[in-house]
Design a protein around this ligand. Structure first.
Ligand SMILES: Nc1ncnc2c1ncn2[C@@H]1O[C@H](COP(=O)(O)OP(=O)(O)O)[C@@H](O)[C@H]1O
Ligand SMILES: [Mg+2]
Length: 191
């Protein structure tokens, strides 16, 4: 096993299978794009288990994800993907940066959920992108990512509602596997 990426909260390893990776969830918590950090015992295991459950749940609803398997306590086997450097954010309720940056009031409910794109680049502080900027950056499957993000939102909002939780907002990452399939990747957790 060779480390291929040491991220803020996860470490990615190669395996004997060239199309697969092992993703180890660490006990690290970060905020402000890595500027603040904290170590919380068991956090990696909890986030791995929640991600694993949610990826399996989404697969059952026909969403293509990178998830293959999980290994106790905090390792996930996934299809290796080339991550698209665009974070797709879905918002059902206004809070956080959208409230700071606009005139929208905290708690405003979006009947038509908002789908936004941010550059995945901590050094640039993950800026909000426009569709025109993305078009200039390259040929990215924006409409497919948007549609999948809306489907994921519908599926997850329903199961969260059933257990008494409101899905306020979340971030998705996508990537292409070796056969050029677009897959939902990274992590689905309250991290
Ligand atoms: N299936 C995958 N194949 C390859 N890389 C992946 C896969 N899923 C997630 N990644 C990448 O692994 C890296 C490690 O995760 P993380 O610690 O969250 O990093 P970051 O600091 O970039 O947020 C991220 O760059 C993420 O995009
Ligand atoms: Mg990350």
């Amino acid at each position: 096993m060779t480390k291929i990426t040491v991220g803020k909260v996860k470490t990615v390893f190669t395996t004997s299978e060239p199309d697969e990776v092992l993703i180890q969830y660490e006990d690290r918590v970060t905020a402000g794009n890595g500027k603040k950090e904290l170590w919380v015992e068991d956090k990696g295991r909890v986030c791995m288990n929640i991600s694993s459950l949610l990826f399996q749940y989404l697969e059952r609803y026909g969403i293509s994800t990178h998830y293959l398997n999980s290994i106790p306590e905090r390792i996930m086997t996934c299809k290796k993907v080339d991550i698209i450097p665009i974070e797709v954010v879905v918002r059902n309720v206004a809070t956080g940066s959208i409230v700071r940056q606009t005139t929208l009031e905290e708690g405003r409910i979006f009947n038509w959920p908002l789908v936004e794109y941010y550059l995945k680049d901590d050094e640039k502080d993950d800026p909000l992108l426009t569709e025109d900027r993305i078009r200039l950056m390259g040929d990215y499957p924006l409409r497919d990512m948007e549609q999948t993000a809306r489907e994921v939102n519908g599926i997850l909002s329903k199961i969260f509602r059933e257990i008494g939780l409101t899905l306020v907002d979340f971030k998705l990452e996508f990537g292409y596997d070796s056969k050029q399939n677009l897959l939902l990747a990274d992590e689905l957790s309250p991290d």
